[in-house]
Design a protein around this ligand. Structure first.
Ligand code: SF4
Length: 320
């Protein structure tokens, strides 16, 4: 794999259905600067930030604007890409580019291209032009807003984790507008912090917000720790709280998301902790009639999938 970020890259083969799509990274860095972001410590990102003489929280397009859009158009019209995901190492709606119209120009180029499906996952809010564009090309876009349930509480217990993000209600309002317009819209509960995002009060307040907005499709995944994110996590929350959260994690072994790349190594929740939390979440979603899928949870030992409908076991197409 290249040592700096490429504008387009193929999804890694061998995991789930990743091999079926391409990724696009129009810029490096992200102003949301989430403390738990794995991208900030990935070698490929650090190399690109250095090359662009910038920092993670000051994103820079990979090419000057005109060239960027030209390169995107060329590749998008080449016929090589069927499904495109935005993005692995940044957010297409990072505030300054949503604000100056560059995000819009990028997704407009994609929408008007030969690409069949464009999957956007964001923690941001699209600008008005981008919302209208996705409404117009509703068949082409899959829109995914990634949020943490406890952000629905006031005060939010882990507010500092979301300090770079806009208000939860505004983010959900944008998702609801797209959903109502017919864009396939999914709310990702990501990253869930077990013991906090799965508390009764957080789940109830959050799912009420989704229901009020007729947002009925949900996925969830849990916070992973990696050594590269520790400085930002330590800075974002009191040491005692971080210690308490980490006590549920298994630091005895590391799992490498992409084999051969140590900077992708991460630590996950202990099996008992993820099992208890995932069962609680799945029961809460199931009993309230939400559509959701169990993806990485398939590997949780002792998790009883049979309790749920067959279509709740992910076949890799839930939000495609
Ligand atoms: S929005 Fe995504 S890419 Fe941006 S900092 Fe947060 S986790 Fe990283």
């Amino acid at each position: 794999m290249s040592e700096t970020i490429e504008l387009f890259s193929k999804g890694p083969l061998g995991t789930c259905w990743y091999g079926k799509y391409h990724y696009m990274e129009p810029w490096t860095g992200c102003e949301h600067s989430c403390p738990y972001c794995y991208a900030r410590s990935r070698k490929i990102v650090l190399n690109t930030l250095e090359e662009k003489k910038t920092q993670f929280n000051r994103p820079v397009p990979l090419f000057p604007e005109e060239e960027l859009l030209r390169r995107i158009k060329e590749k998008a019209d080449s016929g090589e890409i069927d499904i495109l995901k935005l993005s692995r190492y940044t957010d297409i709606f990072t505030p300054s580019f949503a604000g100056n119209g560059l995000s819009y120009q990028v997704i407009k180029t994609l929408a008007e291209s030969k690409i069949r499906r464009i999957i956007i996952t964001t923690k941001g809010i699209p600008d008005e032009q981008s919302l209208q564009l996705m409404e117009k090309y509703k068949e082409k876009f899959s829109y995914n807003e990634a949020v943490r349930p406890s952000a629905a509480l006031n005060p939010a217990p882990l507010e500092s984790l979301d300090r770079g993000l806009k208000k939860l209600s505004d983010r959900l309002d944008a998702a609801a507008r797209l959903n109502a317009a017919g864009v396939k819209t999914t709310i990702h509960l990501d990253p869930m912090v077990a013991g906090i995002d799965d508390s009764e009060e957080a789940i109830t307040a959050f799912l009420d917000m989704l229901r009020e907005r007729r947002l009925n499709r949900v996925m969830f995944s849990y916070l992973l720790f990696s050594s590269g994110m520790m400085p930002a996590m330590k800075e974002a929350m009191p040491a005692e709280l971080l210690k308490k959260i980490m006590a549920d994690y298994d630091f005895t072994g590391t799992r490498s998301v992409l084999p051969g790349q140590e900077d992708t190594a991460s630590q996950a929740l202990k099996n008992e902790a993820i099992k208890a939390s995932a069962e609680k979440m799945a029961d809460a979603l199931n009993s309230r009639g939400f559509e959701f899928v169990l993806c990485s949870l398939k590997s949780v030992k002792g998790f009883n999938h049979n309790k749920y409908k067959k279509n709740m076991i992910c076949d890799g197409t839930f939000y495609a």
